[in-house]
Design a protein around this ligand. Sequence first.
Ligand code: S3P
Length: 166
Amino acid sequence: MRNLILTGFMGTGKSTVGKILAERLVFRYCDLDAQIVAETGLTINEIFSRYGEEHFRSLETDRIRALANSVGFVVSTGGGAVIAAINRRLLHEAGVVINLTASTDAILDRLRGECERPLFHRNRSPEAVAAMLAEREPFYADADLRIDTTGKTVEDVVAEILRFIE
Ligand code: S3P
């Protein structure tokens, strides 16, 4: 396995699970959103408000393209990284793709008080979150393994992933 890639909607646990998985596998951990923030010197909110979502998506694709040359990373992608077909293809080429899911209620609960996610800010009702999940479902489904994290501990999810890849 070259890299392990975590996909999923906001609040499905990609970063929390990813950091622990990296420790267990003795891989390096990489958060694509954090990389974009570090490289641009702007927050995700600032990128969206100054340059728009499309610009953010192009930065995301640049980062995903760079993954093609990397080995030994656990990578957390942003929730919308799988929307573009090119990104999905590049992610599969980069490694094993694991999609984390959660119920709408669990997502809303985990994102309570959240302010650094512009798309969640615009779509924070249960109906809007459910609609985004439904719209993105075919893209999230394009994964080697899917795990519903609802009601599970981080350790449960990590163990499930380790069993799958071992
Ligand atoms: C987004 C999810 C965010 C971030 C950006 C857009 C989305 O990442 O990339 O706000 O489109 O779902 P997280 O899933 O890490 O919150």
